[in-house]
Every structure is written in structure tokens, then in C-alpha cells.
Design a protein around this ligand. Structure first.
Ligand SMILES: [Zn+2]
Length: 399
């Protein structure tokens, strides 16, 4: 949808016509895209969630960029890039376009840069990528400023963390296990956009605590083994990659701490950085849980830091005293990854590429990040789908 049906479909029109001439068309196009999104999501999408969807995936959106909002950037960039070609074609320089100044003014409004009065005032390269980037940045700030609740703001910040949007960039392949089923995808999409999964809260069928409409309880519920299954799926994705990289990993290795049965690492690699044995421990943490949500709404990645500190406090000292390094691999339920997690996955990807004898590690790296992301989101979806409200017999006609 975002690649074939959204903004790319109207790029030529946006570049060729002044925004004032296509305002209605662009608005109608945006409405059609929003309607399509609502069909996929399975219900209405609020203005805030629609604004979020219109951001790039790296900003926590769906890359369904607004034609109306990006039309000034497209027109100005196109005019600038084609200027020399127009001069070559025409016998004499054309008269200045009367549409430039009003379009600059519209762009200044969209990007909250009132000091942009004419083309010369624009202090970024007049390329669509650069101008659209400024529009996206302004949209993201608008999203934060207009967040209706603390949860919304925390959601916006957490979904814009590094690699949070990876699950949306992977090519869905059933053969490779890189896909989500329709119901899974719909749940994930709602959680990502801040659209309620249910009309109201209800008793969680697994633990009998209150399951909220947005799915925040469910995604961290320990009422059955779904949460462990999500953890294991993420662990297994990294473990399998370490095997492919010939790092001789082992899972849940006992005996790392002398005299103890504790297993501080989910994955043990006997020869990691500087040849040292290293234990890796996976943790998935929700930034939208009561413990972290207030700070997560202020500090991006706060929950990741809480998770890292928790793991280090539990295991670092004991591991070091036995001559083993310890690396926590922490991910948020919205997909954001801690620095050590990113570094570890990148190193494993490069090791795989070195083993295969290729120099370009980009496809392998992005593939592995995508694989970890799909494992995480599929695990989230299981938690939501296994905790759907039980309809009372009086309502479903059984009684
Ligand atoms: Zn529960």
C-alpha cells in the first residue's frame, strides 16, 4: 500500500503542479488512503493516529505520507532541480513563477519555519528528500505536542526508537517465516498506531487482572507461557544467526557460574569480543507498563535502560567473577532495541557475511534485524489474541 498506492502514485502530480492547484485533489487522495487504512485496521482511526501513520516508519509511522502536506516540498524541489534544463530548452529565461512565493509560505507553515519567506531563505538543499525530511520532522514534533495522553506520547517516542519500525520494512515471506497473519498484523497495527484493540477493558482470561482496551496488560501478561514463547522466539532468532556465523553458541548453558545452577545467559558464545566467553540474556520490556510509562513519555528509550540495568544488576557481577562477559539483549515491545542489542546483531551479521565471503553486510544485517522484529511482533500478537474477551453466554446466545 505504502509503496504502490500511497504517495509514489501521485509524485508526478505533486511535482508538476503548484500546491494551490491540486489542494482538493491531494486532500481527496489523503482521505482515500486513510479510508483504506481504516479498512485494514478494522475501525476508525483518530486524527492523532492518522498523523502518526503519515510519518516514516523510522518515526513510528507507516510511511503513508500526506500528499497535501508534502505537495509544497515536491513542487519547490522539482522547480529547483529542473531550472537549468528549462533554461536550456527555452530561448530566453522564463518569467518568474507567481506560485513560488505562496508555496514557500505554505512550506514554512508546514515546517514551522516562519522565517522562510522566499527560496533563498530555505536553509536546506532544495531536494525533495531534504525538504520532505524537514516536513517529517515537523510532523513528528506536532505528533508529540498533540499527544492526547501520557500513553500516546510514550507510544510516539518508543515507536521512533532505532529499529522499532523494522517489522514494517521486512518483505513478508511465508517460506522464510517472515510474515504475520491478517489477525496478527491487525493487532500489531492497532498497537503501533495507538488505536484501541477493544472497546473497553475486561477481565484477562489468563490472569483475571484487568485487560485494558489498548492491550498494554496483555502484552506483558504472564498468565500462561505466551510471554516466555515471545522471549524464546527472539532468543532463537539470534541464536540461529550465531550458529550461521559459526560462533558455536549454546542455549541456556548450565555451569557458567561455578557452584551455582543459575543460567545467567540465554545464549552463550565461547569466543566473542577479544576472544572472551560471553553470555547474552534476552529481555522484552513494555515501555507502556505502569512502572515506566511516565518516564518513557519524557525520555526515549527509558524502558530499555530500565531493562538493561535490571539485567546487569542481576548477572554482571557473578559472570565477571567467573571470567565470563555478560551482555543484556533488551528490546521494547514496540520493537526499539538497546545499543548492545543493535551492536550484537550487527556483529553477528558481519560474521555471517565474512563466512560467506561477501563484503556487503547490509542485506544480511537488515534481514536479521527484520527476523528478530517479526519474532517479537508475532509474540506480541499471540499475547493479544490469546487474551480476547470472553463473551458472556447471555450475549452470545448460548444461555
Ligand atoms: Zn493477564
Amino acid at each position: 500500500m505504502r509503496s504502490c498506492l500511497a504517495l509514489p502514485k501521485v509524485s508526478f502530480i505533486l511535482r508538476a503542479y503548484p500546491p494551490s492547484h491540486i489542494q482538493r485533489t491531494a486532500a481527496e487522495f489523503d482521505r482515500a488512503i486513510r479510508c483504506t487504512l481504516e479498512t485494514i485496521v478494522g475501525g476508525p482511526v483518530s486524527h492523532w493516529s492518522w498523523l502518526k501513520a503519515s510519518l516514516r516508519c523510522s518515526h513510528g509511522g507507516l510511511n503513508l505520507r500526506s500528499a497535501l502536506r508534502h505537495s509544497p516540498a515536491a513542487f519547490l524541489a522539482s522547480t529547483s532541480v529542473t531550472k537549468s534544463l528549462v533554461l536550456q530548452i527555452l530561448a530566453s529565461p522564463p518569467a518568474p513563477s507567481p506560485h513560488i512565493t505562496p508555496t514557500v509560505s505554505r512550506l514554512a507553515t508546514e515546517t514551522a519555519r516562519p522565517y522562510w519567506k522566499c527560496l533563498d531563505d530555505i536553509d536546506v538543499p532544495l531536494r525533495q528528500k531534504c525538504l520532505s525530511h524537514v516536513v517529517d520532522e515537523a510532523c513528528f514534533q506536532q505528533l508529540l505536542d498533540s499527544a492526547p495522553t501520557c500513553r500516546s506520547r510514550a507510544l510516539a517516542l518508543s515507536s521512533s526508537l532505532p529499529h522499532a519500525g523494522d517489522w514494517l520494512n521486512i518483505i513478508p515471506s511465508t517460506t522464510l517465516g517472515l510474515h504475520l497473519h491478517d489477525r496478527e498484523f491487525r493487532c500489531c497495527l492497532r498497537y503501533w498506531l495507538g488505536v484501541p484493540l477493544h472497546s473497553s477493558s475486561y477481565p484477562c482470561p489468563e490472569c483475571h487482572l484487568t485487560a485494558d482496551a489498548y492491550g498494554d496488560h496483555q502484552v506483558g501478561c504472564g498468565g500462561n507461557r505466551d510471554r516466555i514463547a515471545r522471549h524464546n522466539a527472539v532468543r532463537d532468532a539470534i541464536y540461529a544467526a550465531a550458529q550461521s556465523a559459526a560462533l558455536a553458541p549454546s542455549k541456556e548453558t548450565p555451569g557458567l557460574l561455578p557452584g551455582s545452577q543459575a543460567r545467567p545467559g540465554d545464549i552463550f558464545v565461547p569466543c566473542w569480543s577479544l576472544g572472551r566467553p560471553t553470555a547474552f540474556d534476552v529481555l522484552v520490556i513494555s515501555p507502556l507498563q505502569e512502572l515506566t510509562i511516565a518516564q518513557a513519555a519524557q525520555t526515549p528509550g527509558h524502558a530499555l535502560q530500565v531493562g538493561v540495568q535490571r539485567k546487569l544488576a542481576a548477572n554482571l557481577s557473578a559472570c565477571r567473577s567467573s571470567g565470563t562477559d555478560f551482555v543484556p539483549l533488551v528490546a521494547e515491545t514496540l520493537g526499539g532495541l538497546a545499543e548492545d542489542t543493535i551492536r550484537t546483531i550487527t556483529i553477528i551479521s558481519r560474521a555471517i557475511e565474512n563466512r560467506c565471503g561477501t563484503s556487503d553486510s547490509t542485506p544480511t544485517t537488515s534481514h536479521l534485524f527484520g527476523r528478530v522484529a517479526i519474532a517479537l511482533w508475532r509474540g506480541n500478537a499471540s499475547l493479544w489474541l490469546h487474551r480476547l474477551p470472553i463473551i458472556p453466554p447471555s450475549l452470545d446466545g448460548v444461555a
